[in-house]
Design a protein around this ligand. Structure first.
Ligand code: PLP
Ligand code: SF4
Length: 369
């Protein structure tokens, strides 16, 4: 289904590729959803409770990537609300699955790991992903630092914790902040002597690639060393526009890596995951993590078995290059942190010997003594 022409007929390319036009014309709330559902001959009725609980908005660009009925489409499933968001089936599901609140010494600052801290700079996103593990914050502006005093407090905290050498700037989407505010935040963090490197988490290259402008790239470029992690989940998201956005970042000296989430009905098949990761390597975006879907309330319908994720990664090993294989991780319930779930090739280890199984299944014993 050609949703661009059904929903936005006659919009010229100049407008379509203008980030301001995209943001102003986002579909959102009940009215926007009703407009989206029209071509499918459906109404927003079944979604009203869900919209009450969780925000909804999506850019025309991202919506135009939906090709089939939204409930069976890899992009549609990520961005169109589902009544399933209101049912809780996992005993581990929590509003705040990583217990970010417990590790938050100040609003918007999360310090779980010794040498890195995370700042949540906004709760505004171009499109709201239904599988987001921070969907609890969408309607809560108090989760982010407000005003200069709050930022000075964050600076003081990081300065008095000299072990912190890396700061992750995430949200919400930091790259949607007004340019002056983004510069203020990056410079404030960079001015802390123990902060050696910055990392931005942004889904802009995926949901609004035209907003990755040369001006934005210049802002980032002058704040290197700065890494950018984005969030592609399906090969359909790797469009010419997305590739160009990643190119602009790379050419500005910003390495782009990817964090995917393993999502039922989106990318929980070997062939899809392999294609996604290979396509990412082709646009020079390094697959960094594949997250098991966090135990966030409202995302249970996306979660697969962990065994299933292991099988996918296991099959990729030997089938494609290491540059295309992300590390599969589970963020453990109750804020216990990230855990690796890579299937081991090491099958036995004793003093002086190690037993491996090769990618073809052959057992190999090595004398290590
Ligand atoms: C995931 C996470 C990080 C970053 O961890 P890496 O393994 O370095 O990617 C940092 N802080 C918090 C609170 C996190 O959840
Ligand atoms: S872009 Fe990130 S923070 Fe925003 S809704 Fe999607 S997953 Fe959540």
């Amino acid at each position: 289904m050609d949703l661009r022409n059904r929903l936005w007929p006659g919009i010229p390319e100049t407008k379509w590729s203008d980030p301001e036009w995209q943001l102003e014309n986002r579909l959102k709330g009940q009215k926007g959803l009703a407009k989206f559902l029209e071509p499918f001959g459906e109404t927003a009725g079944p979604f009203l409770d869900c919209l009450e609980q969780y925000k909804w908005a999506a850019t025309p660009y991202y919506i135009s990537l939906i090709k089939r009925h939204y409930s069976e489409d890899p992009v549609g499933r990520q961005v169109i609300p589902s009544p399933e968001e209101l049912s809780v089936s996992s005993p581990h599901s929590r509003e705040d699955p990583l217990q970010e609140k417990r590790y938050s010494p100040l609003p918007g600052l999360i310090h779980r790991y010794r040498d890195r801290a995370l700042v949540l700079v906004s709760n505004f996103c171009a499109s709201y992903c239904r599988h987001c593990n921070r969907k609890r914050t969408w309607k809560k502006p108090e989760c982010v630092p407000r005003g200069q005093k709050a930022w000075e407090d964050i600076k003081a905290y990081i300065r008095t914790h000299p072990d912190i050498r890396e700061v992750l700037v995430s949200g919400g989407d930091p790259l949607l902040l007004p340019a002056a505010k983004l510069e203020y935040i990056l410079d404030l963090l960079k001015s802390i002597p123990n902060v050696k490197v910055l990392r931005i988490g942004s889904r802009l290259p995926v949901v609004l690639p035209m907003a990755v402008t040369d001006k934005l790239c210049r802002i980032l470029r002058s704040r290197r060393p700065l890494w950018l992690n984005t969030h592609f989940n399906h090969p359909h998201e790797i469009t010419p526009e997305a590739k160009d956005a990643c190119d602009r970042l790379q050419l500005a000296g910003i390495p782009v890596s990817n964090q995917s989430v393993l999502l039922r009905g989106v990318n929980d098949e070997f062939a899809i995951m392999k294609k996604l990761c290979c396509r990412l390597q082709e646009i020079m975006v390094r697959p960094y993590y594949l997250f098991h879907c966090d135990f966030a309330k409202g995302t249970d319908h996306f979660r697969t078995e962990i065994k299933h994720g292991i099988d996918i990664i296991d099959k990729m090993w030997g089938d494609t290059g290491g540059m295309c294989i992300p590390r599969y991780v589970v963020d453990l319930p109750d804020g216990m942190g990230k855990a690796r779930v890579m299937p081991p090739h090491l099958k036995g280890l004793r003093e002086g010997t190690a037993l491996f199984q090769s990618f073809q299944g052959k057992f190999v014993n090595i004398k290590t003594g």
